[in-house]
Design a protein around this ligand. Structure first.
Ligand code: FE
Length: 140
């Protein structure tokens, strides 16, 4: 599903082609016991599902883009919820015509490569649901 090399608390990760990136990252964090940290990366996909939160209604709007795109920027963080890693990921995807779509990343399927850096923190970072906003906020 992935391969990696470790330098202290920094992990350089390559996800295998045709894998779903969020599931692979979740498996990586679980298997390496990473419950706090940050993630950045680049790559290429042929499908991505993004989410937009409408603050007025607190409703999520999800949209899937089935086309070849560059992951021009994937950024996010790792915290802990219910004893498991909790990933909060955002991404921008570059299209064939060089326009970009972006948002909260739910899932995306690799078609090419995905190269990430994961940095582990040693503090405890929880999550708690904030009903006034409709999201799981950091809980320190
Ligand atoms: Fe988000």
């Amino acid at each position: 599903m992935y391969s990696f090399v470790q330098d202290g608390d920094t992990f350089v990760v390559s996800i295998d082609n045709h894998q779903e990136v969020v599931a692979a990252l979740m498996a990586f964090c679980e298997e390496q016991g990473i419950l706090a940290g940050e993630i950045s990366g680049i790559g290429a996909v042929n499908s991505a599902t993004l989410r937009f939160l409408d603050p007025a209604t607190k409703l999520y709007v999800d949209k899937t883009f089935d086309e070849q795109m560059e992951i021009s920027s994937l950024v996010g963080n790792i915290s802990e919820k219910d004893g498991k890693p909790y990933l909060h990921l955002h991404a921008n995807f570059g299209r064939r015509d060089y326009t970009v779509v972006g948002g909260h990343l739910l899932c995306c399927t690799l078609n090419g490569a995905c190269e990430l850096v994961v940095r582990r923190f040693h503090c405890k970072i929880g999550r708690r649901f904030e009903p006034s906003i409709g999201i799981n906020l950091y809980d320190f």
